[in-house]
Design a protein. Structure first.
Length: 886
């Protein structure tokens, strides 16, 4: 026979925490607390199996349930020495939902079940307090109507207000027992009018009504949506707890409270909590009265007496329970308790939610307290939580003046002067002003401005809009899709829905973690991997197998990466170097040249600058491997598009406008993502790649020769589809490399490899490996080309795909392991068939996303590479993956 009902109560329980899936989180912890001897009001749990069978059976309960239920209720009555529905000595219970994983959206708790016109007399006699009894009664009617029957609480609130007005009082607690009794009557009448049925007087009907409402709420829209967003399978089901009531509202030796065994915002090891005398349920969190502190460790306010003074005995007991719970669960707990006539009861315990900062401190301190091992500490902190710590953030103590809200597109906080176009952002930045680039939306033309800005604010676009994706890649703060803004480029101002006008040059602050826009320059706190954070990261490094590199284009990015623990650069995008300052002129000259000689002349100008960049990068990386990708984007991205800008360029280059215009048109492509880019440029303009390879190798040789560095450059050729492409380009590169090495007469350990970012390359990786010293998966392009989906154009439909669940996740954020990931695995395996031990890594944005990192570990990649700010996330994710493997 299946056991559907599990009892618990002081000193004993049928179940324990290992049955969490069956008893739900709340039920399993009530059982566990009972079993370890903590004072828990007795009760019983209907298992998640009941919920499952309820839905499988089309809304009817398993046959054995009603008998098991009755037996459990009878034994509860015996234990409490009261009768459910017994007018002279009534037992009241609560019905509490509790899924295996905590779930907002489920039905709320119903307290005081069992009250009716008869049992209320028993409560009055027992408590000697008719006011308390009727207060509980009217609350119960309202709660039942609201939670179980879905009736809006407004009609009851109105009656309450009306009653207070009639009586000429202000506060609820100034109403007399008689007033409350009449109010309860009025509530019942309203109930009947609104719902067309009488308020159920029969306690069993009340109880089953509440139980059914909990099971019913498993499938309500809020719960379904929450599960979808959090990947909770719907077949888990919820459990229901029925528990004897204890009363925190029967007088001044009664109280109710909530506490954390350690401070959830800082992680400090001190007992943090609040309580209220003479209160019930969630009065503490509901904000009806100002809650009072448990102890005086942090508060010194005599107006709010601490529990340690008011109820010292109970406080001492609570402190003991705190220690018991921490030693038992070896984890910070979030607890709920109630005191009835001086007796303490535990109503809930669960793992406490905490900030990232607190999570780290608690994990590290629990290791020094010998509560957990280093491995456990590493596993206790979620990689994605670290995001909070890796960007500057707004000083929590500062008062915010929020003027608009948008999407939290890229985390961090930044302040600067508002500018409305990319060129101006760049110009202002050159003049050492901090700026915020504000655009209706951004495009690839704005990259230089985004790069120059502290942060980006857009009025349109979602989490995968150009602005959002690029900003995240750059580790720059971004608030996107801020529809509260009306941007007027003409007048160079924006107007917010809240009525603020912000002009060019005004200072604003963005919080990209919250999606908030604020007036003025808010104070910030900087990120660094030190203290407990550093300790935890060192532990993580001990356990991970994969290496972690960063995607860095500049010495500054390289330095940040190293500070965050990067073990090399996995992707340096050389084109970013082409955009900077006066180089763009030379680059344009090169593109506009009619012949090879002209191009070479222009390349001569660029070469020393590129070499300088590489020297800076190598120096910063102190001998760690650096993968440099040769030019990738189509040439037209370097040319101006508007006639005005074309005219400027023509003038500067001393070429006729028509000629420039012609060239711009010539380079126009219908589908540049699949156009003349990547290695295709290297094939048609070999002199460009030759120049780059020369710059890389000369930089390396100079440092080796003059400064004694060990340098391991890895030259990476993008967008290869066919081994023949790589064969040609490799040969060209080797020729240049050998020349340079001969000229400098030094040896440098270089490698020439390729990006795998086209499905054909993945499928033909065994052949491609014959020409490659390493593979690096460019999973951004590989996702685009596998899905046939342009990331820049996906904004129009991808969000609705995700909202409607057609795609579970944005494949540009989380690697599509089944599809794109399969290609990655095929390519890695095939490459290693040709060259055993071939070095294989990934350098797409996915390299910093924890589930994608775990995937890379599972298929045996050597490293992941991600934006500098995500390096610690990747390190921790790689450690988790390795530990979970064990
Ligand atoms: P939630 O999941 O929202 O925390 P709970 O089931 O914990 O809901 O109920 C909320 C509050 O109701 C509890 O913190 C407690 O104060 C009160 N409560 C629930 N059951 C009882 C009970 N049997 N006796 C007294 N108070 C109870
Ligand atoms: Mg609640
Ligand atoms: Mg609770």
């Amino acid at each position: 026979m299946t056991k559907y009902v599990y009892s618990f109560g002081e000193g004993r329980a049928d179940g324990d925490i290992s049955l969490r899936d069956l008893l739900g989180g709340k039920g399993a912890n009530l059982a566990e607390m009972s079993a370890i001897g903590l004072p828990v009001p007795p009760g019983f749990t209907l298992t998640t199996a009941v919920c499952r069978e309820f839905y499988d059976g089309g809304g009817s309960y398993p046959e054995e349930l009603s008998e098991q239920f009755s037996t459990a209720l009878q034994s509860l009555e015996r234990q409490m020495d009261k009768g459910f529905g017994d007018p002279s000595n009534p037992l009241l219970v609560s019905v509490r939902s509790g899924a295996p994983s905590s779930m907002p959206g489920m039905m709320d708790t119903v307290l005081n079940i069992g009250l009716n016109d008869q049992t209320i007399q028993g409560i009055i006699n027992q408590s000697g307090d008719p006011r308390f009894a009727y207060d509980s009664y009217r609350r119960f009617i309202q709660m039942y109507a609201n939670v179980v029957m879905g009736l809006d609480g407004d009609i009851f609130e109105k009656l309450l207000v009306e009653k207070k007005r009639c009586k000429g009082v202000e506060q609820d607690n100034q109403l007399s027992a008689e007033d409350l009794k009449l109010l309860a009557e009025e509530f019942k009448n309203s109930y009947q009018q609104a719902l067309g049925s009488q308020f159920p007087e029969d306690p069993h009907q009340q109880l089953w009504g509440a139980v059914s409402a909990v099971f019913g709420s498993w499938m309500n829209q809020r719960a379904v949506t929450y599960r979808r967003l959090n990947n909770i399978p719907s077949h888990w089901g919820t459990a229901v707890n029925v528990q004897a009531m204890v009363f925190g509202n029967m007088g001044n030796d009664c109280a109710t409270g909530v506490a954390f065994t350690r401070d959830p915002s800082t992680g400090e090891n001190y007992f943090f909590g609040e309580y209220l005398v003479n209160a019930q349920g969630e009065d503490v969190v509901a904000g009806i009265r100002t809650p009072q502190p448990l102890n005086k460790a942090k508060y010194k306010d005599d107006d709010l007496p601490a529990m340690e003074d008011v109820l010292p005995g109970c406080y001492r007991q609570l402190v003991e329970i705190r220690n018991t719970l921490e030693n038992h669960y070896r984890e910070m707990q979030d607890i709920e308790f109630t005191i009835e006539n001086g007796k303490l009861y535990m109503l809930q315990t669960r793992t406490g939610k905490r900030t990232a900062h607190a999570a780290i401190r608690i994990a590290v301190e629990m290791v020094s307290d010998n509560l957990i091992s280093e491995r456990e500490a590493v596993l206790r902190v979620k990689p994605e939580q670290l995001e909070q710590l890796l960007h500057p953030s707004i000083d929590p103590a500062a008062e915010k003046n929020i003027i608009a809200k948008g999407l939290p597109a890229s985390p961090g906080a930044c302040s600067g002067k508002v500018v409305f176009n990319a060129d101006e952002a760049e110009e202002m930045n050159r003049l050492k002003h901090r700026v915020i680039l504000v655009r209706v939306e951004t495009s690839p033309d704005d990259i230089h401005g985004m790069n120059a800005a502290q942060g980006i604010l857009t009025a349109r676009g979602g989490m995968t809009s150009h602005a959002a994706v690029v900003a995240r890649g750059m580790g720059k703060c971004c608030v996107a899709g801020c529809s509260d803004l009306k941007i007027d480029y003409e007048k160079q101002l924006l107007i917010t829905k809240s009525g603020h006008t912000i002009r060019r040059g005004d200072i604003i602050t963005l919080d990209g973690s919250a999606g908030e826009v604020m007036l003025g320059d808010m104070p910030k706190v900087q990120a660094s991997v030190s203290g407990d954070f550093g300790t935890l990261m060192n532990w993580a490094d001990k356990y991970r197998i994969m290496k972690v590199r960063s995607n860095a284009d500049t010495p500054h990015d390289a330095r940040v990466s190293r500070e965050f623990g990067a073990e090399g650069i996995g992707l340096c995008r050389t084109e970013h170097m082409f955009f900077e300052g006066d180089r763009i002129q030379a680059v344009r000259e090169m593109i506009l040249s009619a012949d090879l000689a002209g191009r070479q002349k222009a390349l001569q100008k660029i070469m020393p600058m590129q070499k300088g960049d590489f020297i800076g990068l190598f120096r910063e990386m102190k001998g760690l491997p650096v993968t440099i990708r040769l030019l990738d984007p189509p040439l037209h991205e370097f040319l101006p598009q508007s006639d005005n800008d074309i005219a400027d360029l023509a003038h500067a280059a001393g070429i006729a406008f028509s000629k420039v215009k012609e060239r711009v048109e010539e380079l126009h492509e219908f589908n540049p993502m699949l156009g003349h880019r990547g290695c295709r440029l290297g094939i048609t303009y070999p002199e460009v790649y030759d120049m780059q390879v020369r710059a890389i190798m000369e930089a390396a040789c100079e440092l080796v020769k003059n400064e004694g560095y060990e340098i391991a450059p890895e030259i990476m050729i993008p967008l290869v589809a066919h081994v023949s492409e790589l064969k040609v380009l490799r040969k060209n590169a080797v020729r240049v490399v050998e020349q340079v090495l001969a000229d400098y007469a030094v040896t440098v350990n270089y490698q020439i490899g390729t990006m795998i970012e086209l499905p054909r390359a993945a499928l033909m990786a065994d052949q491609i490996a014959m020409q490659a010293d390493f593979f690096s998966f460019g999973t951004n392009d590989l996702t685009q080309t596998t899905y046939g989906l342009s990331r820049d154009d996906a904004g129009g439909f991808l969000p609705s795909y995700i909202d409607s669940g057609i795609f579970a996740d944005d494949p540009f954020v989380k690697l599509d392991q089944e599809g794109v990931g399969q290609l990655v695995k095929i390519a890695a395996d095939k490459g290693r068939q040709t060259i055993p031990g071939l070095k294989v890594g990934i350098c797409g944005e996915h390299g910093g996303e924890p589930s994608s990192v775990a995937f890379c570990h599972r298929i045996g990649l050597d490293y992941v590479s991600c934006s500098p700010y995500r390096v610690p996330i990747a390190r921790l994710a790689a450690a988790h993956a390795a530990l979970q493997d064990e």
